[in-house]
Ligand binder design. Structure first.
Ligand SMILES: *[C@@H]1O[C@H](CO)[C@@H](O)[C@H](O)[C@H]1NC(C)=O
Ligand SMILES: *[C@@H]1O[C@H](CO)[C@@H](O)[C@H](O)[C@H]1NC(C)=O
Ligand SMILES: *[C@@H]1O[C@H](CO)[C@@H](O)[C@H](O)[C@H]1NC(C)=O
Length: 447
């Protein structure tokens, strides 16, 4: 026992440090909690929630891009006094109904194991009292509250991991615009705004996910990404548990960092070699709250479940986004979706959490099937109700010991081989109604 302890102490003391280059950083093993978690909740909340129109990109579409988006220009001229500027939305970010415990209860009920909040989106407004974002943060104006800290406390209290989204670039920051004008040869924005704020954020809130974004206009050398990550992995208070994504500079996405997001809503056609995460939004038009959203523009529960299942079968994590209102409410329709996912996971979670991709990820004989595996069990998830009372699976290799059950139901189901040791036809019981419209077969004694 003592020897084990001594060896462990020596190993941890001599553990190699990461150096500030991609070869070293990319070789860091991903902390295991992340792959086991499978499901996270993404929250886009900020000043953009106040206009609540178009998307979280509203400011850019209205006043950044050339030519501006006429629908945003019209929305402003028809609803706000002439000369109204975007920063004037901040005092209306009241968050007066924000109850972090209520939010965390909803996230917990969704079955998610981690939560990622926008600490700062491209507009530059921080949802915490950043000393580097004077008067453009949630403590100096708007809610007058540490949103990042208060949500973090509630989320952690429910044993969920807490992550923070951080945009590297800020559309209109004068120092950023100046660096950009200099072809990113100067780093005034990075040295005086981005990095002090980011280091401070990590030390204060100890996020276990850093969901980086807004990297694409400049190379990672401009952002000092490798130096930051080396500190994060070697010396930060979250060095052992933190995970990061892949948005650390132009050309990094899908190539460098921790897990890969590739593009938003990325859906690979086959099993990727590297751990990845699909981020997507219940509101298919926006990540931030929209006052004019319609139900037909939202993902329904069966499509969310199918997306979650196919993502996990292909080795990914699923990060599902909701956009709260500026009053601090999670729209009831989003809450209903999240609770629906949780209800489905209460029965089928065994086929999701801590699973690994199987030898074959999908087949479509009777109906589309997605496979996952855990230990010696494999799970065949049906995202459609089979038209008849049987389902045929061609990929599993059966044996005399093969046993099939339906999750939520303890009885073994009758089955017959298709060929002597490959494939089986399973006689299904009456499939009870589930709002998620997906059922899981558990197969044991198969290969
Ligand atoms: C959550 O808060 C309650 C009440 O303050 C406390 O008793 C409990 O230990 C906390 N749970 C965790 C996991 O922090
Ligand atoms: C940024 O990177 C440069 C080297 O490219 C290094 O000299 C400097 O210390 C780094 N700064 C921070 C704050 O990481
Ligand atoms: C499964 O097969 C059916 C019938 O050939 C087809 O209509 C459907 O699109 C397929 N589904 C998938 C997910 O490949």
């Amino acid at each position: 026992m003592l020897l084990v302890f001594l060896v462990a102490a020596v190993v941890s003391q001599t553990a190699a440090r990461f150096t500030a280059d991609w070869t070293s950083l990319d070789a860091r093993p991903l902390p295991s909690w992340y792959d086991e978690a499978k499901l996270g909740i993404f929250i886009h909340w900020g000043v953009f929630s106040v206009p609540g129109f178009d998307s979280e990109w509203f400011w850019w579409h209205w006043q950044g891009q050339q030519p501006p988006d006429q629908k945003c220009v019209r929305y402003m001229s028809e609803n706000f006094p002439p000369g109204f500027s975007y920063p004037e939305f901040a005092p209306q970010f009241h968050a007066q109904f924000f109850n972090p415990g209520d939010w965390a209860d909803i996230f917990k009920a969704s079955g998610a194991k981690y939560v990622v909040l926008t600490a700062k989106h491209h507009e530059g407004f921080t949802n915490w009292g950043s000393p580097n974002s004077w008067n453009w943060n949630s403590v100096d104006t708007g809610p007058h509250r540490d949103l990042v800290g208060d949500l973090g406390e509630a989320v952690r209290n429910r044993s969920l991991h807490y992550g923070l989204y951080n945009s590297l670039y800020e559309w209109f920051h004068p120092l950023y615009l100046n660096d950009k004008k200099n072809g990113f040869k100067s780093q005034e924005f990075v040295m005086h705004k981005l990095l002090p704020e980011l280091y401070n954020m990590v030390v204060r809130y100890r996020p276990e996910v850093i969901w980086s974004d807004g990297d694409w206009e400049a190379p990672d050398t401009y952002w000092n990404s490798t130096q930051f990550l080396a500190w994060l992995y070697n010396d930060s208070p979250v060095k052992d548990t933190v995970v990061t994504n892949d948005r650390w500079g132009a050309g990094c996405s899908c190539k460098h960092g921790g897990y890969y997001n590739c593009q938003d809503k990325y859906t690979p056609g086959q099993l990727p070699k590297h751990k990845w995460e699909k981020c997507t939004s219940v509101d298919t038009f926006s990540w931030g709250y929209r006052r004019n959203m319609h139900i037909k523009e939202l993902m329904d529960l069966p499509s969310i479940i199918e997306d979650l299942v196919s993502t996990v079968a292909l080795g990914g994590n699923y990060l599902l986004n909701v956009g709260p209102t500026p009053d601090g409410m999670i729209p009831a329709v989003f809450e209903e979706r999240l609770r629906g996912v949780g209800a489905w996971l209460n029965i089928n979670g065994e086929a999701i959490y801590t699973t690994k991709p199987w030898r074959v990820q999908t087949e479509n004989t009777t109906i589309p099937i997605w496979y996952t595996s855990k230990g010696t069990a494999i799970y065949a998830i049906m995202t459609t109700k089979p038209p008849k009372g049987t389902v045929q699976l061609l990929e599993p290799k059966t044996s005399a010991a093969t046993r099939v059950t339906l999750l939520g139901n303890t009885e073994a189901l009758p089955w017959a081989p298709v060929k002597p040791s490959a494939g089986l036809t399973i006689l299904l019981p009456e499939l009870s109604y589930t709002p998620g419209q997906a059922w899981t077969l558990k197969l044991e004694g198969v290969q």
